[in-house]
Design a protein around this ligand. Structure first.
Ligand code: SF4
Ligand code: MG
Length: 346
């Protein structure tokens, strides 16, 4: 078994004066060594909170209230439940950066404008490795080279504002990778970048992954990005996993009406001249505080079965060892139910 991370029934809730928001409500997923698991969904679906939960980076009033996040960087170690660690403790701090790296959407916001690229990279390296300053500096230059920054020696003395957004994101990736993490968590790392730069950063991440065999959890709202980079896909809706499967299963044979609608709503990708939106998903994502009863997608679903989907939580339907959807249209073995067939809804 080469699983590095297994999240089981994770609950991350935000307690506000107006009530409890279940931003993550029962998410389970696993990440195999060397693979990329994309977590995809519209904004507010809980994908970022899921990512931040892994490293105990959820900000108050958010809190992990249930489930487990088991981590094992290699087959020789024991499983550690990250969800049970003290968010400010030494253990999680060591794992952050040492074993699990993270890059965020806004590289500028993660780098300090006050210090040079070199200072920040050297500091990150020294935090996790017993190197003196000169050694750490050497390694920092290597890392900048590795992430495709031209004239790395000169860039060491640059301040973040002197670099483009794409270059800053490369620096952040260099920081995240400087300790050879077994897992990289990337939360919309290319969303703030233009299309060309985005493609280059995705290529870079794929190359680095080939070289190091690290795993990635890649958070995005963009199915085009998912098609580029994913091995496995987790589709989230309102804090829950609607469907998960291999990238082929999700793109070629989506089962959940939400996944199907998402795929219909993406602009046609490469190989086509038209980039228009094919169809928008009707209605709006309900506020997580007013989560609909039954299937959370029923207010927008064209296949919703009245009296069922709006009342009962959908069961798990399994289509293959990896391919699972939560939907009333299917039975546990992934066959269309008799009612569904009779109504011709799917
Ligand atoms: Fe649509 Fe019902 Fe399936 Fe939800 S459970 S996705 S409402 S058919
Ligand atoms: Mg987000």
């Amino acid at each position: 078994d080469t699983t590095l991370l297994r999240i089981n029934d994770l609950q991350t809730h935000f307690t506000t004066r107006d009530g409890v928001v279940k931003a993550v409500d029962g998410v389970s997923l696993r990440v195999p060594k060397g693979k990329t698991v994309c977590v995809v969904g519209e904004s507010g679906c809980g994908k970022s909170v899921t990512a931040r939960s892994i490293l105990q980076l959820v900000e108050r009033p958010g809190e992990i209230t249930g489930g487990s996040i088991e981590w094992r960087p290699n087959a020789e170690s024991d499983w550690i439940n990250l969800a049970a660690l003290d968010a400010r403790g030494e253990d999680i701090r060591r794992i952050r950066g040492d074993e699990i790296g993270m890059v965020f959407q806004e590289p500028m916001a993660s780098l300090s404008p006050m210090y040079t690229i070199g200072d920040q990279l050297v500091e990150a390296i020294q935090l996790h490795r017993p190197l003196n300053r000169a050694e750490a500096r050497e390694l920092a230059i290597d890392q900048l080279q590795r992430v495709g920054i031209p004239q790395p020696k000169r860039r060491m003395d640059a301040h973040p504002f002197q670099l483009s957004g794409g270059m800053c994101q490369r620096v952040m990736i260099a920081v995240a990778l400087s300790c050879d993490p077994a897992l990289l968590i990337a939360d919309e790392p290319t969303t703030a970048l233009d299309v060309t730069t985005q493609a280059r950063i995705l290529d870079l991440l794929k190359d680095l992954q080939d070289q190091t065999d690290m795993a990635m959890v890649f958070i995005t709202h963009d199915l085009g990005v998912v098609a580029e980079i994913a091995d496995e896909v987790v589709v989230m809706y309102l804090g829950k996993v609607a469907e998960h499967g291999t990238v082929e299963e999700i793109f070629d044979d989506p089962k959940h009406p939400y996944t199907q609608a998402l795929l219909r709503s993406i602009p046609t990708m490469r190989g086509s001249s038209s980039r228009q939106r094919l169809a928008a998903i009707r209605g709006m994502v309900p506020h997580p505080q007013n989560r609909p009863a039954g299937c959370p997608f029923h207010t927008r679903c064209d296949h919703a079965i009245p009296g069922v989907c709006d009342q009962e939580h959908p069961p798990e339907a399994r289509f293959s060892p990896e391919h699972v959807a939560q939907c009333h249209l299917y039975d546990a073995q992934g066959r269309l139910t008799a009612t569904t067939q009779a109504n011709g809804t799917a």
